[in-house]
Ligand binder design. Structure first.
Ligand code: M6R
Length: 612
């Protein structure tokens, strides 16, 4: 995915655009650019391969004056990351500039048609096709920019959020969305556009989330107008942002990821707040849809990446507590698998960003089959949050580090509360169990604080394993998904190959990998599987492998077997992934830092994947 920013007002746009790009850099960071219209009617476009700071260096001796501008930070889909493929793209006549987040699937057909009309292309991108098409329509039909944009979009197949400026209409930005997010901020004397609200929060808390199939006409000094692709006026729903600038800064930490790991006692508190009342769990998404949760015979969880790992834990929680059969699917596989979806199925879509393309597509499919779709999202007002019938926000605040940390623990906590809320409703869990689990959920922030005290020890430990090439992560039951998540964290930020496995599966294959060069992280808190996990540790040790074990405090047996132990507090088995994940996140972080990796912006990745 990419990040879009736009500004129209009375001040210079460049500082707002660049600050906004920094905020959106988590969405893509292989190149960046700005296009600015100045008071003389000139359009200046500057682009640079690399991060936003590279663009700033490039622009430092350029003329960046002008109070209307659009900007972009890119995660390449079509064409390698370089200066030419960077956005904004400018029409051949040099008059129209456009930034785009998403993909244009039929760009090849459109490109060929435009080439036949004499149009030449500079970049390899799908985006350039759109700006050339707008110019072509505008010139050949002598229509205004808005009409040309509408007509061009009617020919385009794909997902997009765009912002367009035109030298000929220098007081206007046209923005449009289909399947990619766009937020408009309404300031006193300026209007802002961005892919999410983070570039806007410094200036105003009044925002409008553009809906799919809408075009915004933003004119200097005039009220915002929104129309549909069919040219019908849309209602403008102004929302109040509940986000603070401090949430978007590192707050003294060297990286967002470390800040987000250390925030977890507070984020889990925020996630629980108001949802455990007395001895009961109260989720409005469940109480407002009692018939749905009483009538369902099956739950299907769809998600990607870390959210999918949380979904695996959710499956166990819901089956154990609410006694409903649950299947967990990668959204990307589900959508193409001819799934059997019944109208009485509940589909739970889990997504931090609320923008993941595959998860969104899975939701649409589920709705087409008449299923009820429940969202577990973090970003308020995101596409998934709006596409679902109901849901529960995890409320962990903006997650900026590309590696998901606090969102994972928030998702598991919400899924535990969801399982309890459904179990209460269906009478599958007795009041004593609800009371005990609810109080264990309330205790999570304290247990997380305790686990965070392992930080110094893990930093030292990470020095031993910095240059290892492979890692194995093993866990059982609720902590098999923790093993998958621990391995994902390590590989995505340190580029060390890591595999997560259910511990008992080790002897069916992965055991062949074990030697003195392959460390194994074994998640072994005191639970039903403890004895069996001990034998896995013995099997690894017998083959010369080293073991880092995450154990419950006071586990002298594993302390005597493993090379290193990381001790966590006693916690009920079904909530243990929340606590176990803290040392695993810290281990990945410190190894990556020691390797000199950019943990907040790992290579090739983007925070959420809004394209296929
Ligand atoms: O925003 P989502 O939760 O839908 O994102 C899903 C995955 O792309 C995401 O969890 C990804 O795997 C992270 N990089 C993991 O740290």
């Amino acid at each position: 995915m990419c990040g879009i920013v736009g500004y129209i007002g009375n001040s210079d746009s460049y500082p707002v655009l660049v600050k906004g790009l920094h905020r959106l850099e988590y969405r893509g960071y292989d190149s960046a650019g700005v296009a600015i219209l100045n008071a003389c009617g000139e359009l200046h476009t500057y682009k640079a391969k690399g991060k936003v700071e590279d663009l700033e260096r490039f622009c430092c001796d350029k003329d960046t004056a002008g109070s209307i501008g659009i900007a972009h930070t890119r995660w390449a889909t079509h064409g390698e990351p370089n200066d030419v493929n960077a956005h904004p793209h400018v029409s051949e006549n040099g008059e129209i500039a456009l930034v785009h987040n998403g993909t244009i699937e039929n760009y090849n057909v459109l490109k060929q048609a435009l080439e036949e009309h004499g149009c030449t292309f500079r970049s390899e991108t799908d985006t350039e096709v759109l700006v050339q098409l707008i110019q072509y329509i505008k010139e050949s039909t002598k229509c205004p920019l808005l009409t040309a944009v509408r007509e061009a979009l009617s020919q385009v197949v794909g997902a997009y959020a765009i912002a367009v400026i035109d030298k000929r209409t220098p007081d206007t930005i046209i923005a449009a969305r289909k399947s990619s997010p766009l937020v408009i901020g309404l300031g006193d004397d300026a209007t802002y556009i961005a892919s999410d609200a983070t570039p806007i929060v410094d200036y105003t808390d009044r925002v409008v989330y553009l809906n799919d199939g809408e075009i915004a006409i933003i004119e200097k000094g005039k009220d915002l107008r929104v129309i549909t692709f069919d040219n019908e006026p849309s209602d403008i729903d102004i929302r109040t942002l509940k986000m603070s600038v401090s949430q978007l800064e590192k707050g003294g930490y060297p990286h967002f990821m470390l800040k987000e790991i250390f925030e977890q006692p507070e984020t889990i508190q925020d996630c629980i707040r108001g949802r455990i009342v007395g001895d009961k769990v109260r989720l409005s998404g469940v109480s407002e849809n009692e018939d749905v949760f009483l009538g369902t015979g099956r739950i299907i969880i769809v998600a990607c990446g870390t959210s999918w790992h949380a979904g695996l834990i959710g499956k166990r929680l819901i089956q154990e507590i609410a006694h409903i059969p649950v299947v967990v699917e990668y959204a990307s596989e589900f959508r193409y698998s001819t799934p059997i979806i019944n109208p009485d199925d509940v589909v739970i879509a889990i997504s931090q960003s609320g923008e993941t393309a595959d998860t969104l597509a899975a939701i649409r499919l589920a709705k087409e089959h008449g299923a009820f779709v429940y969202g577990v999202c973090n970003v308020v007002g995101s596409s998934i949050a709006r596409a679902t019938d109901s849901g529960t926000y995890i409320h962990v605040g903006p997650e900026i580090g590309v590696a998901s940390t606090k969102a994972f623990t928030g998702q598991v906590t919400v899924l535990a509360m969801l399982a309890l809320a459904i179990g209460q409703l269906r009478g599958t869990v007795d009041s004593t169990s609800v009371r005990e689990l609810a109080s264990a959920i309330k205790a999570l922030p304290v247990l997380i604080s305790d686990a965070l005290k392992l930080n110094d020890e893990i930093e030292r430990l990470s020095g031993i394993y910095t240059y290892v090439h492979n890692f194995l992560y093993l866990g059982r039951g609720y902590n098999y998904p923790s093993a998958l998540e621990g391995a994902l964290k390590l590989k995505e930020i340190s580029y060390i190959h890591a595999e997560g496995y259910p511990a008992a599966e080790m002897k069916h294959g992965p055991i062949a990998l074990i030697d003195h060069e392959l460390p194994t992280v074994i998640i072994a808190p005191n639970d039903e599987m403890h004895e069996k996990i001990i034998s896995n540790i013995q099997q690894v040790k017998a083959r010369g492998g080293s073991v880092i074990a995450v154990v419950t405090k006071g586990d002298s047996v594993i302390a005597g077997l493993a090379d290193h132990i990381l001790e966590i507090s006693e916690v009920p088995e079904c909530l243990s992934p929340v606590i176990v994940s803290i040392p695993l996140q810290l281990l990945a972080y410190h190894i990556a830092i020691k390797k000199g990796c950019n943990v907040d912006m790992p290579r090739n990745l983007a925070k959420s994947v809004t394209v296929e």
